[in-house]
Design a binder for this molecule. Structure first.
Ligand SMILES: [Zn+2]
Ligand SMILES: [Zn+2]
Length: 243
């Protein structure tokens, strides 16, 4: 791509205009000039500051917490989740949050590759299929792409674990979740996701961009297990605090 840019004749000045239109010139994280086309509009320095979370976290759901006495968070102890494990690369903060928002809400689709690389840092061998959290038809129409699907495809392409696109659908819009407790959020999502094939005996990797309360991935996991799946592991880019 870089070579192509250099070799294109630039008599009219249209090419630089096009590039500055496609890649806004300021990094949204630090304000410096964008210096690359892989992470653009984010600059290389900000992108390389994105680090995997390595602090104390729940062994089941990856919620960051500090306790010397337990490896499992209070929520998982009270109500063990239906998925066996939720893996998350980082915390939904700083540059990682900016990158995800730009990817998801500003249509910078090509960021699925550098973001997807973060998901390859986990040992996912053993999964039989990768399932992205689906969007409803209306959301897909409005956004133009499913951010979780592109991430799932990237993981599939690089791990050779098959991507399964027709197994789980979102047939209803998510009802408003504001003001609901974690438990209410899950029951509020009943009937929203539907497994439409048999997953008997399969170990599944469910991919989403961000996990907040976990209501969405819990309900998706519940549907996949109901359809016969043996095990569901959730894989997300970032863990957001629900408070
Ligand atoms: Zn920057
Ligand atoms: Zn937990």
């Amino acid at each position: 791509m870089r070579e192509m840019r250099l070799s294109i004749s630039n008599k009219s000045g249209l090419i630089p205009k096009l590039i500055s239109y496609l890649y806004p010139s300021e990094c949204p994280s630090c304000g410096a000039a964008t210096d690359n086309i892989v992470y653009a509009p984010l600059c290389i320095s900000c992108w390389s500051g994105i680090k995997k979370y390595s602090g104390p976290a729940c062994n089941i759901c990856s919620t960051p917490f500090s306790s010397e006495y337990s490896d499992i968070c209070a929520e998982c102890l009270k109500t063990p989740p239906v998925f066996s494990r939720a893996l998350s690369f980082g915390l939904y903060a700083d540059t990682l949050a900016t990158a995800i928002n730009i990817y998801k809400f500003h249509g910078i689709k090509r960021l699925y590759k550098p973001l997807g690389k973060f998901l390859l840092e986990f040992d996912i061998a053993g999964a039989d299929a990768i399932i992205p959290v689906p969007l409803s038809v209306n959301s897909l129409r409005a956004r133009g792409f499913n951010q979780s699907l592109l991430l799932a495809k990237f993981v599939s392409d690089n791990s050779k674990i098959p991507l399964m696109l027709d197994g789980l659908i979102k047939s209803l819009e998510t009802p408003p979740q504001i003001g609901l407790s974690a438990k209410e959020r899950i029951s509020n999502l009943k009937g929203v996701f539907r497994a439409v094939r048999d997953f008997s005996g399969m170990r599944l990797l469910l991919v989403d961009d961000v996990m907040t309360t976990g209501a969405t991935v819990k309900e998706c996991s519940r549907q996949l297990l109901k359809a016969g799946a043996e095990d569901v592991v959730v894989l997300t880019l970032a863990r957001a605090s629900s408070t």
